[in-house]
Design a protein around this ligand. Sequence first.
Ligand code: NAP
Length: 174
Amino acid sequence: MSISIISAIGKNNEIGKKNGLLWDLPLDMKHFRETTSGHTIIMGQKTFESIGRPLPNRRNIVLTLDKNYLRHGVDVVYSVEELEELLRTSPQPSPSQGEGEEIFVIGGGMVYKLFIEKADKLYITHVNAEFSDADTYFPIIDENIWQKVKSEKHPKDESNKYDLEFAEYIKKVS
Ligand SMILES: NC(=O)c1ccc[n+]([C@@H]2O[C@H](COP(=O)([O-])OP(=O)(O)OC[C@H]3O[C@@H](n4cnc5c(N)ncnc54)[C@H](OP(=O)(O)O)[C@@H]3O)[C@@H](O)[C@H]2O)c1
């Protein structure tokens, strides 16, 4: 099993405001859907509530400290340790994935911080703009730790207001 993080971040690592996103970028939504479909996704309670429903074709796991938290179509865990136990003991979404299964941490700010040191890979959409009204941020991507191994650039267009870069980072061998 490997842990990947997926996020879209502004030039100052901005990811959200008022429990919502800072942009409307259909191209990034498509990239997110294609990258995570068929896999397990892990998110904080706030991100789940901001999406408002389980994402289809994925196993949805929500982290919360609230022992009364129950939502249809999601597994709920109360700590990272409990999450790790659940992943070890329960079946993966697709039998073909087995031990090589890639698990995706999809946000938000608090949960990215919890997992960035445990992650094996980062899928980062760099949004080429600054958002002064942001209130939630992605952790600093330390260039001593993370090596960019893929970069796909998309200029802005009618539907996507900002230039985007789909980047992938893996941990440098120390
Ligand atoms: N740009 C992107 O790619 C992207 C992706 C995802 C989200 N976002 C944005 O990020 C913002 C939300 O991020 P956020 O930092 O406010 O919240 P979050 O990380 O989505 O969720 C935080 C919640 O997770 C639970 N939690 C955190 N650490 C935990 C732990 N160790 N054990 C158990 N539960 C734990 C707590 O839930 P309880 O309070 O219930 O205990 C906490 O309040 C929104 O604006 C959203 O739109 C952006």
